[in-house]
Design a protein around this ligand. Structure first.
Ligand code: C2E
Ligand code: MG
Ligand code: MG
Ligand code: MG
Length: 287
């Protein structure tokens, strides 16, 4: 009886596993194709300064424009791309695309102080500085316009400080993404050349009423001010959240309350509008 039952379970799990690994093989092939067929796209979410509401920077966020499934968010494929190692090729595509976009805005006379690019831990290899400098020099863009977003877990790896110092002294800004969700040991913060802490949206979204989140955010503000780090709050969805953050001294804000991530064309129009430039598409015909 028992053996039979186990056997059935085994069969069940085995076919379930087969189905899953088939799905995974299909997804892996599709992701490969997506790179070849240019199905990835970068969206841009403005980061604004309060109270002026001026755009100080933006974060580049990848999307997968799938011919059948429509727009696929990064949460549906980035973790898988990290498991399979495909993230390295996708990440290189992101670096090229993001920096060539900076160059396009620059050519149009539009100003953007910084564009933040998310890096996966797997991209964080000794060849990264060379790859970045090749892309930058091809587009004639200084490293100062690029902010690299890293996660706390990446800092825990051994031997990363040499690479971080190299990137930082080349001119890149370094930001710690999703800050507060990773390791509780903060001692490493003083050993690394970090410029920005990005307060994780889970804390921001519970503001201002949730006392625990408010306490965590205040602690992060203290850490930043004691260590001389700049702050960016992400996931700001309400005026109350923005007000609370501004009153604590956190002036750099990213969130749906101001802007959602948008395609390159929309972000370009926004820069044109804010900087009082004439839009090429809106230009009046010459008499
Ligand atoms: P992240 O780097 O923490 O990016 C912020 C995420 O929060 C983005 O989701 C953004 O759309 C979302 N967000 C911003 N403001 C709000 C808000 O007010 N409310 C809510 N609910 N969400 C907000 P997205 O674009 O889906 O990206 C998810 C994650 O995927 C990113 O989190 C990042 O970890 C990863 N990712 C995105 N692009 C890349 C990439 O090019 N490379 C790598 N390695 N990872 C990426
Ligand atoms: Mg990020
Ligand atoms: Mg984040
Ligand atoms: Mg996140």
């Amino acid at each position: 009886q028992r053996a039979k039952k186990n056997n059935q379970n085994y069969l069940f799990y085995s076919s379930e596993m087969n189905r899953r690994s088939l799905d995974r093989i299909k997804l892996e092939a599709e992701l490969h194709h997506a790179l070849d067929l240019n199905q990835f796209e970068l969206f841009f979410q403005p980061q604004i300064d309060l109270p002026s509401k001026k755009i100080m920077g933006a974060e580049a966020l990848i999307r997968w424009r799938h011919p059948q499934k429509g727009m696929i968010p990064p949460s549906s494929f980035i973790p898988f791309a990290e498991e399979t190692g495909l993230i390295v090729a996708i990440g290189s595509w992101v670096l090229n695309e993001a920096i060539s976009q900076i160059a396009e805005w620059k050519k149009s006379g539009l100003k953007l102080n910084r564009l933040a690019i998310n890096l996966s831990a797997l991209q964080f290899k000794p060849q990264l500085p060379d790859e970045l400098s090749a892309i930058l020099s091809y587009h004639k863009i200084p490293a100062e316009l690029v902010e690299l977003e890293l996660t706390e877990s990446l800092l825990m790896g051994n031997g990363q400080s040499g690479l971080l110092n190299q990137l930082h002294s080349s001119g890149f800004s370094l930001a710690l993404d999703d800050f507060g969700t990773g390791y509780s040991n903060l001692a490493y913060l003083q050993h690394y050349p970090i410029d920005y802490l990005k307060i994780d949206q889970s804390f921001v979204q519970a503001l201002p009423d949730n006392l625990h989140s408010a306490a965590i955010v205040r602690s992060i503000v203290d850490i930043a001010s004691n260590l001389g780090l700049k702050l960016i709050a992400e996931g700001v969805e309400t005026k109350a959240q923005a007000d609370y953050l501004a009153q604590l001294g956190c002036h750099l804000i990213q969130g749906y309350y101001y802007y959602k991530p948008m395609c390159a064309a929309d972000f370009t129009q926004l820069l044109i509008k804010q900087q009082g430039k004439e839009s090429p598409t809106l230009r009046k015909p010459k008499p």
